[in-house]
Design a protein around this ligand. Structure first.
Ligand code: ATP
Ligand code: MG
Length: 140
């Protein structure tokens, strides 16, 4: 296994409930390092572009409305096998199916307001990181 980076978003349902620190503790306790972090309010255009792969899905409009409903925290996480490690820490998309101890099991409200995003491949992680961060703003 090699050190790699993944992209993470703490979603509006979690910032609204002031859960940023408790979610970050989950990443750090599992060995991931937060090497870049910025609070932002996504524009509709940013949210539509970011989730563009889901454009034809029935939940797309609701997802964009949700992702622009409040502040998010944009992050780059670094560590061993970071993409897969973060997906394990997050838990299943639907919190009803998430493992105990995962972020989504403990904090998600429902399948849409599920508290965190995490890249699903190393290739997508690189694209997503570049969408939001300049190289000099990532400090490993
Ligand atoms: P993410 O991409 O946010 O890390 P994921 O990879 O687990 O989550 P995706 O299938 O990529 O899940 O869906 C992207 C996001 O769209 C989900 O995290 C969730 O917020 C929302 N979503 C997915 N499926 C549904 C659904 N059936 N109804 C409502 N919202 C959904
Ligand atoms: Mg996804």
């Amino acid at each position: 296994m090699a050190t790699e980076r993944t992209f993470s978003i703490i979603k509006p349902d979690a910032t609204r409930r002031n859960l940023t620190g408790r979610i970050n503790a989950k990443f750090e306790e599992a060995g991931l390092r937060i090497v870049a972090q910025r609070r932002a309010h996504l524009t509709q255009a940013q949210a539509e572009a970011f989730y563009g792969v889901h454009r034809e899905r029935p939940f797309f409009g609701g997802l964009v409305t949700f992702m622009t409903s409040g502040p998010v925290v944009l992050q780059v996480l670094e560590g061993e096998d970071a993409v897969a490690a973060n997906r394990r820490i997050m838990g299943a998309t639907n919190p009803a199916n998430a493992e105990p101890g995962t972020i989504r099991k403990e904090f998600a409200e429902d399948i849409e307001a599920n508290s965190v995003h995490g890249s699903d491949s190393a290739e997508n992680a690189a694209t997503e990181i570049a969408f939001f961060f300049k190289p000099e703003d990532i400090v490993g």
